[in-house]
Design a protein around this ligand. Structure first.
Ligand code: SF4
Length: 345
């Protein structure tokens, strides 16, 4: 049995070709799965029993199991999802005005080991399959009744949950393609999908020429020493080599901007000198900076900076012409905010 969500549209056509099914059948199946949200081939009522049987004997439509649900006072919902091997991941649904965003995980745990991050602190278990990434979105759509309730339609997906997406690029790439399936109503345009990375330079260089979705870089420091102290990945993929890649991205995608994520940590990266260094570093790059409040978790060794310091840091960036905003993460009371996710195993 094969997981049908693991196949892109093109791959499904060739799969169906082997089963002697006409090309248009793949589009019909895709519509049932991605526009109507069915979880069984028997629900595909436009097919006769023979066709339903053929599909059921060869494929399954994956959904992770929702193990627990935590609801925040701000409306966001965190899902602990159980995978077939018993490992768990977390996914967050974030409603905000007209936007409904899902933050997906791409790995069980994470090997990057950013020191401010609960996921990194708990280590790496394995990559998620494409169906386990897509399945997070579909399972949450089932739960919030996104298929039928217009107010619950998913408007954005961000790859900012557990894991480093570029360390699982092949499966993330399939997920990026398949999340666009589902037509105008259920499908997502690339403009509504954001891929966030700590900056795995060789993979970035390979993918940016054809990357259609938005790109966010977890920067978190304006110089190599400070970045290495909180993000050990900087020793491998240094900020000094990362920024030229961002400039190439700008050249290849003149109509897009890069988002730089910058977590403000008290006494680490939040003073005037750091702000000035950041301005210099980002000079000439078409970007915006998201200043993020630190979200505490058990075992952390950092303190977030106060609102006054955050505002001041922002003002310095803005006065130099950088588009900078302060992002107050949602779901802090349920440990669903940036850097707080973890698996229970
Ligand atoms: S911040 Fe992202 S890349 Fe860093 S350890 Fe956490 S999940 Fe991994």
């Amino acid at each position: 049995m094969k997981g049908i969500l693991n196949f892109t549209n093109e791959q499904l056509i060739s799969q169906f070709n082997c089963l002697k099914l006409a090309k248009f059948r793949s589009q019909q199946v895709i519509d049932w799965i991605y526009s109507k949200g069915v979880t069984s081939f028997l629900q595909m009522t436009s097919f006769n029993g023979q066709m339903q049987g053929l599909l059921s004997n060869n494929y399954y439509i994956y959904r992770p199991q929702i193990a627990t649900i935590s609801k925040s006072t701000d409306g966001s919902i965190k899902f602990l999802l159980k995978l077939d091997d018993g490992l768990t991941i977390e996914t967050v649904f974030i409603p905000e005005g007209h936007r409904n965003t899902i933050c997906v995980s791409t790995q069980v745990g994470c090997a990057v080991g950013c020191k401010f991050c609960n996921t990194g602190y708990n280590g790496f278990k394995r990559n998620l399959k494409a169906e386990e990434i897509i399945g997070q979105v579909l399972a949450i759509k089932d739960y919030v009744n996104s298929w039928n309730d217009k107010t619950k339609r998913i408007s954005n997906v961000v790859f900012m949950g557990m894991g480093e997406p570029l360390y699982n690029w092949d499966n993330v790439n399939i997920a990026l393609q398949n999340l666009k399936l589902g037509g105008e109503i259920q499908g997502l345009s690339s403009k509504r999908i954001t891929l966030s990375t700590s900056g795995i330079i060789p993979v970035l260089e390979k993918i940016i020429p054809t990357l259609e979705c938005n790109l966010a870089i977890s920067l978190h420091a304006p110089n190599a020493i400070t970045r290495s102290s909180i993000m050990p990945i900087n020793d491998l993929y240094n900020i000094e080599n990362l920024l030229p890649v961002c400039r190439i991205y700008n050249k290849l995608h003149p109509n897009k901007i890069i988002t730089f994520e910058y977590l403000l940590l008290k006494g680490v990266n939040d003073d005037r000198v750091m702000a000035k260094q950041l301005i210099k570093l980002l000079h000439g790059i078409k970007c915006k900076v998201n200043l993020i409040q630190f979200n505490s978790w058990e075992g952390d060794s950092y303190v977030g900076c106060d609102e006054y310091t955050m505002q001041n840091f922002r003002k310095i960036l803005v006065s130099s012409g950088i588009n900078a905003t302060i992002r107050h993460s949602k779901g802090q009371d349920i440990m669903a905010a940036c850097g707080q996710l973890q698996s229970s195993n």
